[in-house]
Design a protein around this ligand. Structure first.
Ligand code: RET
Length: 273
């Protein structure tokens, strides 16, 4: 744990070079970031290649949304590894690391705001859902990410960190409801239920790991060190982003006709009755 604790005067703002130095001094933390930069880069190349013959309009939209996942990810991890989006926070009384200066890779929570909606857009389009459900899933997801960022950044009160955590969980419940209840039925109607089932299970299982890790990690009860917490997120990211996106894209490239013939979000007016 000590490697991730920056030694500096209380209330002194750590400079970016100091943060960079702290990341470099923690090989566990640094490796968790670099691995994802490499994998995101490879995924981008692979996904561009896999999409070369995708022509059907909705399949193309799914492809762009899927491609944006590693693109956002590589930007996010370069932000972290450079120290740009890593802060040094003094945890409030009550927190396990109270009074200590702790490295906070808050850029992760910020960039989930841009990557997770892409995952949901791709899944919703695959399920052939309507605009309202898509809007619901995506806005609730953005709410989850932004309040999760707030939970990580609050240093005035330990209690309020957990209040933000609970608000974020409430948004998450709405996302889970759409994924587990609404979209499976839509996917059955669209004839994409088999692949949707697989991707839904993968998504729900992995996404549940994030709040658990937050609670156990350095932001929460601090059972895990900053480096281990970061590896936890990096591991989840590898499965929830690159593996997930690969499975989705492979299926879409092979089944463009099924995707194209599903009841479309553009038919909302006709199906609303
Ligand atoms: C937080 C903490 C507050 C409570 C909840 C969380 C959920 C985060 C999730 C993140 C998923 C991220 C993915 C990223 C891939 O790019 C913010 C950890 C509910 C579900 C899939």
């Amino acid at each position: 744990l000590s490697a991730a604790v920056v030694q500096s005067d209380s209330f002194a703002q750590a400079t970016q070079p100091e943060v960079l130095e702290a990341i470099r001094n923690d090989p566990l933390l640094a490796s968790s970031l670099w691995v994802n930069i490499a994998l995101a880069g490879l995924s981008i190349l692979l996904f561009v290649y896999m999409g070369r013959d995708v022509a059907e309009p909705r399949a193309r939209l799914i492809w762009v949304a899927t491609l944006l996942v590693p693109l956002v990810s590589i930007s996010s991890y370069v932000g972290l590894v450079s120290g740009l989006t890593v802060g040094v926070l003094e945890m409030p009384p009550g927190h396990a690391l109270a009074g200590q200066e702790v490295l906070s890779p808050w850029g992760r929570y910020l960039t989930w705001t841009f990557s997770t909606p892409m995952i949901l857009l791709a899944l919703g389009l695959l399920a052939g859902t309507d605009t309202t459900k898509l809007f619901t899933a995506i806005t609730m997801d953005v709410g989850m990410c932004v309040t999760g960022l707030a939970a990580a950044l609050v240093t005035s009160s330990h209690l309020l960190r957990w209040v933000f955590f609970l608000v974020s969980c409430a948004f998450f419940v709405a996302v889970l409801y759409v994924l587990l209840v609404e979209w499976p039925a839509d996917a059955t109607a669209a004839g994409t239920d088999e692949i949707f089932e697989t991707l839904k299970l993968l998504t729900v299982t992995l996404w549940l790991g994030y709040p658990i890790l937050w609670a156990l990690g350095s932001e929460g009860f601090a059972v895990l060190s900053v480096g281990l917490t970061s590896w936890g997120y990096s591991g989840l990211d590898i499965l929830a982003k690159y593996v997930f996106a690969y499975l989705l894209l492979r299926w879409v490239a092979q089944n463009q006709r099924v995707v194209g013939s599903a009841p479309s979000i553009r038919d909302d007016a006709a199906t609303a009755t």
